[in-house]
Design a protein around this ligand. Structure first.
Ligand code: 5RP
Length: 220
């Protein structure tokens, strides 16, 4: 048996095999991604660079001397590697635990292939046990919170966090996520919402799932 951190390392390091010569790699955010970046650094001379999803990831990439490129000039990308807070059997996800959901969703949309790297605890039958992060324009915080209550959710303002875009995060508990794509679209249509953490319309293409028994599955 291996612990959650060891599972994250296993999945993160495995994902480096998706990186081919001369690629520009989209890089997500979080502790699983950190293990991917540690390994990516070993082959940094083979790639053109990376597009980063957060200031946290940018700092890490720069520490390793990996070139950080602008998506506007580097995209579309061949590949995007990122973790998830939850992922279901259809490879739909909840993301945004690290508050980087908006950039993550933009890079995912601009990439041909999204590889999700995760430990076994993230693999769920139904999304929604993890509270859904919603990035909101500061002025809209209370309005969006009331709209979330109308959808059956219990929003909680992540008060200590300002996103890289200068916005707030609401963590919405208790949502009954029966149709992830429909809910993703509905929440995105609320004025003042920048992005919500449902990654269903553009889910992952592959899941690298590290398991407690030390084995690894690749699901498509
Ligand atoms: C950041 C994310 C992360 O992918 C998610 O929170 C998983 O993080 P970790 O790998 O640390 O468990 O969506 O916004």
């Amino acid at each position: 048996m291996i612990d959650q951190n060891a599972q994250k390392k296993l999945a993160g390091e495995y994902a480096v095999r998706y990186v081919k010569d001369d690629m520009v790699v989209g890089v997500g955010t979080g502790s699983t991604v950190k293990y991917f970046i540690d390994k990516l650094a070993e082959i940094k001379h083979k790639i053109r660079g990376a597009v980063s999803s957060s200031s946290q990831t940018t700092n890490l990439l720069k520490q390793y001397g990996i070139a950080v490129l602008d998506l506007n000039s580097a995209g579309p990308l061949d590949i995007y590697i990122d973790g998830a807070d939850e992922i279901n059997h259809s490879l739909e996800m909840i993301k945004g635990g690290g508050a980087a959901l908006t950039q993550e969703k933009i890079i995912a949309a601009s990439s041909r292939k999204f590889i999700c790297i995760a430990d076994e605890s993230k693999y769920v039958m139904k999304l929604g046990n993890f509270p859904l992060p919603v990035e909101v324009i500061p002025l809209a915080r209370s309005y969006v919170a009331r709209e979330m209550v109308k959808l059956g959710g219990a929003p909680n303002w992540r008060e200590e966090v300002i996103t890289d875009n200068g916005n707030y995060i609401l963590d919405v508990h208790n949502l009954d996520i029966l149709e992830p794509i429909a809910l993703e679209e509905k929440i995105n249509n609320i004025v003042g919402v920048v992005t919500n953490g449902l990654f269903a319309k553009r889910g992952a293409d592959e899941l690298v799932l590290a398991k407690r028994d030390g084995s690894l599955d690749v699901l498509r």
